[in-house]
Each structure stands twice: as structure tokens, then as C-alpha cells.
Design a protein around this ligand. Structure first.
Ligand code: MN
Length: 241
């Protein structure tokens, strides 16, 4: 199984979490929120099978960390994975949208320059804006929209731009999330947890909680767990090969 968006470096005991992932054969995309965090986060799982570390600059930190873009540029050739990046149009972060746009565009441009990346993208309250930017940089790589909560029209537009969607346990317990999971074609879906930021019943999610989504999909699709696993494994293969 897989967790395509989690923040390994932000758990109080990353080593324990990493052990748990290895024991359960998880493929993990460990995303970062600032370029400065990349080296240390990469070191946490260097040599650990099935762990990839993405280089990111979180949109909620864009206005404080814009000066780290040169560091971002110097690290971009170190990894095929980029995230967490994107835009956040929620009330708290909308005042910083100009800075967010500068950062996001800069990163997409760099991705385009250095070759196709796999990108984990935040789009809270800003789905259309994110898609506008992805449209301008078609060769940046494959976008994975993480915790997508847009409309059906936006979902279709995202698919036309080659996006995949990573879905977490929190989406399986909200009405809107459930509806979106129903809309996503089976060959475009991946699993994430967004732990430890994301919680379920006030408990911080861990990568192994991706199994909750597996069980949910098995019920929704009326398909055995093994069948769902195969579909997801194939989606992952297509993405990373
Ligand atoms: Mn996140």
C-alpha cells in the first residue's frame, strides 16, 4: 500500500513511523514544507526502501519563505518529487496570494526546466487558480492534487491537465469528500494520509492509516481488497515509471 502525502519529519518520533511503514511494505512520499527542511528529511529515510522525499515550499509558508527559492533551485536536481507546493485561497492565506503565486510559478518553471517531476499539490480554496497555473506550465510534470475538494467541473478540468488525485481517510468521513471519491476514475486515484497534520477522531493520522482508505474503496467499489490493491498498485506504477 501507499501514502503519497505525509510529513514524516513532523512526527514526534519519525523513526518509529518509518519502522511501521517498512514493516507494512508501504510506498511513502515524504513531502516537505520548506526547502531548508529537505536535506534533514531526506536523511531520515535515506536508503530505506520505498521512501521518496519531495522538495517543497508550502503555500501557507510562501510569504515567509520566498527567500528560500534559490535553495529550492539548487536542490531540484536531487529529486524527481516536488511537494508540498500549490496555492491556498482560504481566508487566512488569501492576503498572501501574490507571494504564493510568485512561489508556485517559480517552482513550476523550475520543474519544467529540470524535467518532468511528480508534484504533490495543495489547492485548498484555490482549485481554479491552481489549474490555471498548471495549464501554463504543461511540461512541469505529473500533478497529484492532494486532498482535492473542488467541483465536478474542476475535477474534469484537472483530469484533462493530466492530474491524479490522492485521497485520505479524512475525505472518507465527510459528505463532500465521499462524493468526490465517487467522481474520481479508478485509474486516477492514489492514497495519502497528510499525517500528522490530518486527524481522524482527534487522532493524528499515520501512514498505515492509508489502509482505512483501502477498506473504504473496497466497500464503495464492491470489490475485494486485493482487487483494489492491484488497481492502486498499477496507478502508482504508471505514475513513477
Ligand atoms: Mn500536507
Amino acid at each position: 500500500m501507499m501514502d503519497m502525502h505525509c510529513h514524516i519529519d513532523l512526527y514526534s518520533d519519525p523513526d518509529e513511523i518509518i519502522r511501521e511503514c517498512v514493516q507494512n511494505n508501504l510506498y511513502v512520499l515524504s513531502v516537505t514544507t520548506t526547502p531548508r527542511a529537505w536535506k534533514g528529511t531526506y536523511a531520515l529515510t535515506k536508503g530505506v526502501p520505498r521512501f521518496k522525499t519531495a522538495l517543497g515550499l508550502h503555500p501557507q509558508l510562501a510569504h515567509e519563505r520566498e527567500h528560500e527559492l534559490p535553495l529550492f533551485d539548487s536542490l531540484i536536481t536531487e529529486t524527481k518529487y516536488v511537494g508540498e507546493i500549490g496555492l491556498d485561497g482560504s481566508k487566512e492565506y488569501l492576503p498572501y496570494i501574490d507571494s504564493q503565486l510568485r512561489v508556485f510559478r517559480h517552482i513550476l518553471k523550475e520543474c519544467q526546466k529540470s524535467g518532468s517531476k511528480i508534484m504533490s499539490i495543495h489547492s485548498r480554496g484555490a482549485v481554479s487558480l491552481v489549474l490555471d497555473e498548471l495549464e501554463k506550465y504543461p511540461n512541469a510534470g505529473t500533478p497529484i492534487l492532494h486532498w482535492f475538494l473542488g467541483t465536478k467541473k474542476e475535477l474534469n478540468r484537472a483530469m484533462n491537465l493530466g492530474c491524479m488525485f490522492s485521497v485520505g481517510p479524512a475525505m472518507t468521513v465527510s459528505q463532500k469528500g465521499k462524493k468526490i471519491i465517487e467522481w474520481i476514475p479508478r485509474d486516477k486515484i492514489l492514497i495519502e494520509t497528510d499525517g500528522p497534520f490530518a486527524t481522524l477522531d482527534k487522532r493524528k493520522l499515520r501512514p498505515i492509516d492509508s489502509f482505512l482508505v483501502l477498506e473504504y474503496l473496497s466497500k464503495e467499489w464492491c470489490a475485494p481488497i486485493e482487487t483494489v490493491k492491484n488497481i492502486l498498485r498499477n496507478n502508482l506504477k504508471r505514475l513513477i515509471l
